[in-house]
Design a protein around this ligand. Structure first.
Ligand code: SAM
Ligand code: SF4
Length: 335
């Protein structure tokens, strides 16, 4: 183990989010355009490279890995990667191995994921209405995802549902979704829609629904108790006293939590983004690929990149664009 990763603002970097593919079996309207161009295979880190990369980060103090995408479970043989990471859980070097998924493949993978040491999953689901689900995901089928949720619970995984808050789309499902999650002892986290990518779609389902508004609506039906929990990320949590359920609010457009930010993001091509909201990144694929036997150049590149982690993001007043919009897609950096 080398010295821990500490950024210029004295934040320890202990959480790595890894996008293992830019591909997906859905085309959610706020995330992808209908005709996405995906990366050629040779651009992607191989499964062995992903293993070496994550192992190097773990050796430098990363304690939590979240696997994402694109849809992580559509990457071929991805279970081999998860099974490889089990050794770091077993050795105690890694506290948590988890993933964010659209749930479409969970009926198949929930049990092997549990066997590999995964204990919690985040499943993205914005609506319980079949027709609306088809509209927002373009290619998804609700029944398949619901089967995935059931399989995850049956396998013993703790499930948290992530829903993007969309005005005039799932506003009317606030209570239904809350109750549905409560019945299954699942947490529910609402995400404010972010200005990511140039999606070129005029037919956007819904619009920005402020989480302040969502929260006031919830407070009309439940007793909300603020929880002190800090994740190092832009999430805030409350407990609903009537159900005991945890409800999260992710408002990435506010920068209130950058001071406790403990995370960096790796894309499927080996680019390390130090901040979701800014364009600064470092290429880690070259030092990884060019030095198959020597880990030192990669470690040096990682340390140098962490040394450039910005103090905070600037969605509303960016150096890049007036409105702070970041041009890459969410599926590229991983949500
Ligand atoms: N495919 C997986 C899934 O959907 O869970 C993992 C990747 S997806 C990019 C991760 C999360 O980002 C999902 O919960 C999705 O709803 C969210 N997301 C995608 N585009 C977004 C946007 N423009 N604003 C807010 N959240 C977004
Ligand atoms: Fe795919 Fe997830 Fe993006 Fe939807 S949000 S298109 S499921 S990557």
């Amino acid at each position: 183990m080398t010295a821990p990763l500490i950024d210029p603002f004295a934040r320890a970097i202990t959480y790595l989010r890894v996008s293992v593919t830019d591909r997906c079996d859905f085309r959610c309207v706020y995330c992808m355009s209908e005709n996405m161009q995906f990366l050629p295979k040779k651009e992607l880190l191989t499964l062995e490279e992903l293993d070496r990369m994550c192992t190097t980060f773990i050796g430098m103090g990363v304690r939590k890995l979240r696997i994402t995408g694109g849809e992580p479970l559509v990457r071929r043989d991805i279970m081999t990667f998860f099974q490889g990471m089990t050794r770091h859980l077993d050795s105690g070097a890694l506290d948590e191995l988890t993933l964010t998924t659209n749930g479409s493949q969970l009926a198949r993978f929930a049990e092997p994921l549990y066997a590999a040491g995964v204990r919690r999953v985040n499943i993205s689901l914005d609506t319980l209405d079949e027709e609306k689900f088809a509209r927002v995901t373009r290619w998804g089928r609700l029944a398949q995802v619901l089967k995935g949720v059931d399989a995850a619970l049956a396998a013993g995984l703790k499930v948290k549902i992530n829903a993007v808050a969309l005005k005039d789309f799932n506003e009317d499902e606030l209570l239904r979704l809350t109750q549905w999650c409560a019945e299954r002892e699942m947490g529910l986290t609402w995400i404010e829609v972010m200005p990511m990518g140039d999606l070129g779609n005029e037919d956007r389902v819904g619009q920005y629904w402020s989480l302040n508004d969502l929260r006031s609506q919830l407070a009309q039906h439940y007793t909300l108790t603020e929880l002190d929990e800090r994740t190092g990320g832009p999430a805030r949590y409350v407990r609903l006293e009537e159900t005991g359920q945890k409800i999260g609010f992710i408002t990435p457009l506010t920068h209130n939590f950058c001071e406790s930010c403990n995370r960096v993001r790796l894309t499927c091509t080996g680019e390390l983004y130090m901040c979701l909201g800014q364009e600064d990144m470092a290429d880690l694929r070259a030092p990884l690929r060019n030095n198959p036997k020597d880990v030192a150049p990669l470690q040096e590149a990682i340390r140098k990149a962490i040394g450039l982690k910005p103090k905070g993001h600037d969605f509303d007043y960016s150096r890049q664009k007036a409105d702070g919009q970041v041009t890459r897609h969410m599926s590229h950096t991983g949500g």
